[in-house]
Design a protein around this ligand. Structure first.
Ligand SMILES: Cc1ncc(C[n+]2csc(CCOP(=O)(O)OP(=O)(O)O)c2C)c(N)n1
Ligand SMILES: [Mg+2]
Length: 609
């Protein structure tokens, strides 16, 4: 701190640093002079290292997405600073992603000064201060954050920061929002301390003994038990607990709408992936006991559901999902517990009480292994270009080969190719795959920056749709990546438009006018030079590839560029959205799909968002 100047802003920044926040992803404005001055004074006084580092983000979507991915990788919340109501609104859907992804992040925005005739330092002195004075700035984010509050004085801002972070980090984790008017952020206060160790996140919850016994017994007595999970792998340490229980009783594990490695993709008990399919999943239909662990969408009731006789149990850090207006599964028991703790309890109970029928378990194991081998062989056979055109399956197979044996971190925002990416990447190392978990596109561009900051030693690879690439404000994201030395390889599943709304329409109106005329308003014509955007904004290496034979070499070169410290963006030309009926269907769009209402569209994996 510079002599004579210790303000609310100084204390705020100190508190963030003391709580372990290393980065502030910032988009600054007229509300931030107190913070900018405090940072500069720290710099001048050789104390910059005591404060978090500012990462200047020319767009707020990039800032919050970066903080989101950083926290997903490191489990350490970071901060995002934005400008009053305007910057808060520009966070846009990234707040949905942070909420649904259950990631902790502290968002701070200034608020318009409240004095207008010079009563206090920091009072209004710019025309914009009147314009930006809105009735309920905190209301902008209230449907998305776990906690919001106003900093009213510097004298307890440290306590406020630690309380906000404690709430953000406690499960289900999520974003929190603080606002601070200019006068308050300029307030001179005496330096003081507040110990963040007094604000730990709430300890993980366990199952009661009764519920442990009930679930363990049901699983052990089942003929066709099944475990379904979506986000257990948010905590990579929970994956071995799931593997152990699955192996103990030979229970197949189905990953549903999963954006993490919840169960190793190459494990013989892996029962596959499901996102939005229009067909009944036979594994789900056959199960007589189903344990759903950490899942928002274990199945899509309308198209693929369990048997009505199945005994269903639900363990989740957030089993009621009160933040969703409508949610239900017909479970016999809902239990709020940490998945790692709960699965360890169930496995211990099974073992301690010798509930294992060894003969039945071995039969089940053999059947599951055969099924996973057959599924893998079928998928492998699909990893071919079709008629000289790169398909998403072929592309993903090439990516898997490219990254084999490396500890790369893959970010997926592949949208209608989520299923293809999951199936062909077969990510197996816990913590090696990440998606936003939310419904707002444009996460991976900023996410790659945060991921790279969190694990600089790993290669970061984004698999993104072309639409999602553009949603991620690539001009901003690529510039930030260059400025702060966070190179990533971005591979664009470039189908020249938005396949998702087309597939949604086909599912609801398979014989409608839109289907007949291929009139969906989803194509990006004329073509966008997406690598060119990255080249111009961030000095990235750019390549466009349409020849299947050249693809492996192009990807290899691009990865080498990234290892050399420069970002690379490869647009992989897939069958364009105007011509496809569904992923991997290369033929012409007409005639329109022949499915009747209530029947499945051939081979169409419907969009996940
Ligand atoms: C911010 C935001 N805007 C719009 C949507 C609606 N939406 C869902 S998928 C999609 C298309 C995505 O295009 P792309 O990334 O190219 O993937 P593709 O559908 O082609 O596989 C759109 C517009 C959304 N989910 N989020
Ligand atoms: Mg697309």
């Amino acid at each position: 701190m510079a002599a004579g100047s210790y303000t609310t802003s100084t204390a705020f920044l100190e508190a963030l640093a003391e709580a372990g926040v290393r980065y502030i992803f910032a988009n600054l404005g007229s509300d931030h002079p107190g913070l900018i001055e405090a940072l500069a004074q720290a710099n001048a006084g050789d104390r910059a290292a005591d404060f978090p580092r500012i990462i200047v983000c020319p767009h707020e979507t990039v800032a919050l997405s970066a903080a989101h991915a950083y926290a997903s990788v490191s489990r350490q919340p970071q901060a995002v600073f934005v400008h009053v109501d305007a910057g808060t609104q520009n966070l846009g859907g990234a707040v949905n992603n942070a909420m649904r992804g259950r990631v902790p992040v502290l968002i701070f925005a200034g608020a318009a000064p409240f004095t207008i005739t010079g009563e206090l330092p920091g009072g209004r002195n710019e025309f914009i201060h009147w314009i930006q004075d809105v009735p309920d700035q905190r209301g902008i984010l209230r449907g998305y954050v776990k906690y919001d509050n106003e900093i009213r004085t510097g004298r307890n801002v440290k306590q406020l920061v630690h309380r906000a972070l404690q709430i953000a980090r406690s499960e289900p984790a999520g974003p929190v929002y603080l606002v601070g008017p200019r006068e308050v952020m300029e307030e001179q206060v005496e330096p003081y301390a507040a110990d963040p160790a007094e604000y730990p996140p709430v300890a993980p919850a366990a199952l009661t003994a009764e519920v442990t016994q009930e679930i363990a017994t049901a699983l052990a007595n089942a003929s066709h038990p099944l475990i379904i999970t979506s986000y257990l792998g948010r905590n990579p340490d929970a994956v071995p607990a799931l593997v152990e229980l699955a192996e103990l009783l030979a229970i197949p594990v189905l990953e549903s709408a999963a954006f993490h490695v919840n169960f190793p993709g190459d494990h013989p008990l892996h029962a596959g992936y499901q996102f939005t399919t229009s067909e009944q999943n036979p594994v789900l239909a056959r199960a007589d006991v189903i344990l759903v662990v950490d899942s928002d969408v274990p199945w899509i009731h309308a198209t693929s559901r369990p048997s009505p006789d199945a005994a269903i149990y639900d363990i989740d850090i957030d089993p009621l999902k009160a933040s969703m207006s409508m949610w239900h599964i017909a479970a016999r028991r809902f239990a709020a517990a940490d998945s790692k703790v709960a699965l360890e309890q169930i496995a211990s109970f099974v073992r301690d009480n010798v509930l294992i029928d060894a003969g039945a378990v071995e039969v089940r194991r053999a059947v599951a292994m055969d099924a996973s081998q057959a599924r893998r062989a079928a998928l492998d056979s699909l990893e071919q270009p079709e008629a000289g055109v790169i398909t998403p399956r072929y592309l993903t197979g090439c990516v898997r080969e490219l990254l084999a044996g490396t500890d790369a971190l893959v970010l997926t925002e592949a949208i209608t190719n989520y299923q293809v990416v999951a199936e062909h990447l077969r990510a197996s190392r816990p913590g090696s795959l990440l998606g936003s978990g939310g419904g707002s596109l444009g996460w991976a561009g900023g996410g790659a920056i945060g991921a790279k900051l969190a694990c600089p030693e790993r290669a970061v690879v984004c698999l993104t749709g072309d639409g999602s690439f553009l949603f991620g404000v690539p001009s901003s994201a690529q510039w930030v990546a260059r400025r702060y030395g966070t190179p990533a390889l971005t591979i664009i599943y470039d189908n020249h438009g938005w396949a998702a709304p087309k597939f949604s329409t086909l599912q609801v109106h398979p014989d409608g006018a839109a289907a007949k005329a291929d009139d969906f308003h989803v194509s990006f014509e004329p073509e966008v030079d997406l690598p060119g955007v990255a080249r111009a904004a961030g000095g990235a290496y750019g390549a466009t590839v349409s020849d299947p034979g050249e693809l492996p070499g192009v990807l290899k070169d691009a990865l080498a560029v990234v290892h050399g410290g420069r970002s690379a963006v490869v647009s992989v030309q897939l069958p364009p959205v105007l011509r496809i009926l569904g992923p991997n269907e290369v033929g012409a769009c007409r005639p329109a799909p022949t499915a009747r209402p209530g029947t499945a569209l051939r081979g169409v994996h419907l969009p996940a968002v």
